[in-house]
Design a protein around this ligand. Structure first.
Ligand code: PSU
Ligand code: MN
Length: 302
């Protein structure tokens, strides 16, 4: 198989110690250099400080790497957008061509599951795009959550998406959407969205027991744990919504479609809001890293 799992990860899994997967599209396409590398390395440190082993995932020369070295993370950050963003449908070409690939939520889940890693921390997931009723643009992340046995810890989904439709699709596909100490779906930069999650988690143990119940019953598929951005880093909804509206309008005018939509919208919103949104983005990933490691650790104790 085209997969290389680093020794520390293999050892931890064998000894039933917690491991947390991390994605590489957030590094290459989600943030500018050098903040992307600094953030990725700091996230790994936070995972360790909270008792788990980090496994940053990406594709190098056609090999799915589970647990990249710091030099490899540096390379993903430096090369940035020149590394293609790889979703499920892109994997065969990337493997056969022996190329590099930045893994999205969907492909990070696939590689994590193959390696036996059950928990994965990121910033935000892809979802149903606004206007999907005509474009059919629904992220492959949702399909992956339906079928692959990995629990994803994130800060919800960005309001660049149609959040009510995203929740409807997750419901149809049987994906539990849980809120960490909240009944409301967080919207990435903001703690609220006006939408309800299925269940409000009390603590990491509560989350671990729900994951275990799904696995014990043999129900395939992922679980989505949404963790609101800490209050002190959350953004003004009016500011962020205005930026999103402008970004969406520009995307339409430029005729941007398909897999380019999400990276374009992320970069545009960051440009319009300046350093504000980048700082919030970094802080919410740190917050998710701590929680994800705690949940993975609680799961190993069950
Ligand atoms: N949303 C974010 N930051 C990101 C992404 C989404 O707030 O970096 C990335 C993730 O890798 C996600 C991907 O899996 O974009 C979704 O892309 P698409 O919508 O093309 O499926
Ligand atoms: Mn899409």
């Amino acid at each position: 198989m085209n997969i290389r799992v680093n020794e520390e990860v293999v050892k931890a899994l064998k000894e039933n110690r917690p491991v947390v997967a991390l994605e590489s599209t957030i590094i290459s396409h989600g943030m500018p250099y050098p903040q992307n590398v600094e953030t990725a390395l700091q996230v790994e440190k936070i995972v360790r400080d909270n008792g788990a082993v980090p496994a940053t995932i990406g594709i190098i020369d056609g090999v799915g790497v589970v647990g990249m070295k710091p030099e490899e993370i540096e390379e993903f950050g430096k090369r940035g957008m020149s590394i293609p963003k790889v979703s499920r449908r892109d994997l065969p070409v990337i493997f056969a061509e022996k190329s590099w690939g930045a893994t999205t939520v969907a492909t990070t889940m696939i590689l994590a599951a193959k390696a036996g890693v059950e928990f994965f921390v990121t910033g935000g997931i892809g979802g149903v795009h606004r206007g999907a009723e005509t474009t059919f643009d629904v992220s492959a992340d949702l399909e992956e959550l339906a079928r692959t046995n990995v629990t994803v810890i994130c800060a919800g989904a960005k309001a660049i998406l149609d959040l009510p439709k995203t929740l409807e699709v997750l419901e149809t596909k049987g994906v539990p959407v849980l809120g960490y100490r909240t009944k409301e779906l967080p919207a990435f930069y903001t703690r609220t969205s006006g939408l309800k999650v299925d269940y409000a988690l009390k603590d990491a143990e509560d989350a671990a027991s729900i994951v275990k119940a799904k696995r014990d019953f043999g129900l395939d598929g992922g679980i989505l744990i949404t963790n609101p951005i800490p209050e002190e880093f959350s953004m003004d909804p009016a500011e962020i919504n205005a930026a999103i509206d402008r970004a969406l309008q520009e995307m339409d005018e430029k005729g941007i479609k398909g897999k380019e939509c999400t990276p374009f919208l992320l970069a545009k919103v960051a440009e319009i809001t300046g350093g504000d949104s980048l700082n919030s983005n970094i802080r919410l990933v740190f917050n998710n890293a701590a929680l994800g490691a705690q949940i993975a650790a609680a799961y190993c104790r069950l």
